[in-house]
Design a protein around this ligand. Structure first.
Ligand SMILES: NC(=O)c1ccc[n+]([C@@H]2O[C@H](COP(=O)([O-])OP(=O)(O)OC[C@H]3O[C@@H](n4cnc5c(N)ncnc54)[C@H](OP(=O)(O)O)[C@@H]3O)[C@@H](O)[C@H]2O)c1
Length: 275
């Protein structure tokens, strides 16, 4: 059996390769990289590394040839993501891969979240492809909350505009381990996994992260407009501000509030604590 992880120079995919090697052995693991120059850490794991760019279907077909099960990690380049993902799915079919696990978004079919449309399209293309599949609907990475983590470390106030909306944060390593376990077929079998932790508001997350600290930071709940103007003042580019505010709105509107036990069930152990 040959297992392949796509775009494995990325954080989540790289960690998935590490877990997969432990589960099935390095001889059965293949990883793709868009740039082979960035792939030395993968070679150091002893896995077979193949070049493949989501924008280059031929490279994908060649990389997928002889592979049974693929972890398809969604592209980090949002500009042309839908076309990239179409290329991946067509290449999976042409190469005769039997199973694909795709890293999707929470509640992808019904979500109105900023990032959901590409995931909805990709899920539908996979469903129509005839491939066996699993959708790994990853909720938010705790690591996305760099601003909160930095504010806590520096004992600075933290501003947010997500109101009382909840997010099911979990650590990236748990999503990576879950992906490896689903790919290796050692997890409870489902076609749709809603993966994440216990849904929390920002104040609840901040309380958890500061559990052992006597001095808590100030949390400032504000509006999208006020938050955007603060981000403008500190010099963030307009696109980045739009993205951050869009996510805050998604959280406020409950788009990431998915309560599911799929992640601990797949891991077979409790989620990694946040501190
Ligand atoms: N659930 C969440 O909280 C959350 C947050 C952020 C992102 N995501 C999604 O989850 C994915 C994995 O997260 P991550 O933290 O591992 O992201 P990451 O470290 O930024 O990795 C993104 C990956 O996308 C690859 N990529 C971009 N364009 C590509 C192309 N044309 N062909 C092949 N690969 C391409 C990058 O390749 P290079 O190394 O060559 O640049 C990189 O390996 C992201 O790509 C994104 O779709 C989820």
């Amino acid at each position: 059996m040959k297992y392949l992880v796509t775009s494995a120079t990325g954080d989540l995919a790289f960690q998935s390769v590490q877990f997969l090697v432990d589960l099935v052995g390095k001889e059965q693991v293949v990883a793709t990289a868009r740039s082979l120059e960035k792939a030395q850490p993968l070679r150091d794991l002893g896995v077979d590394v193949r070049q493949a760019d989501y924008l280059d279907k031929e490279s994908l077909i060649q990389a997928f040839t002889g592979i049974d099960r693929v972890l398809f990690v969604s592209s980090g380049d949002l500009e042309t993501r839908e076309q990239q993902h179409r290329n991946v799915i067509e290449a999976l079919q042409t190469a005769g891969v039997s199973f694909v696990a795709y890293t999707s978004a929470p509640n992808a079919q019904d979500s109105t979240a900023l990032v959901a449309p590409d995931h909805k399209v990709t899920e539908n293309l996979i469903k129509e492809s005839g491939l066996e599949y699993a959708f790994l609907r990853n909720n938010w990475y705790l690591e996305n909350e760099g601003a909160l983590l930095e504010a806590i470390a520096a004992k600075r106030p933290f501003t947010y505009s997500a109101g009382e909306g909840k997010t099911a944060w979990a650590k990236k390593q748990d999503y990576a381990e879950a992906a490896a376990r689903i790919l290796a077929n050692v997890a409870p079998q489902k076609t749709i996994y809603e993966l994440g932790g216990t849904p929390l508001t920002y104040p609840e997350l901040a309380a958890l992260l500061q559990h052992d600290q006597t001095e808590k930071i100030e949390l400032i709940a504000t509006t999208d407009e006020e938050y955007a103007s603060q981000l403008t003042e500190i010099g963030l580019p307009k696109d980045a501000i739009g993205f951050i505010i869009g996510i805050q709105k998604d959280i406020r509107e409950g788009q990431l509030d998915v309560d599911s036990q799929d992640l601990p069930n797949v891991l077979g152990h409790p989620l990694t604590p946040f501190n």
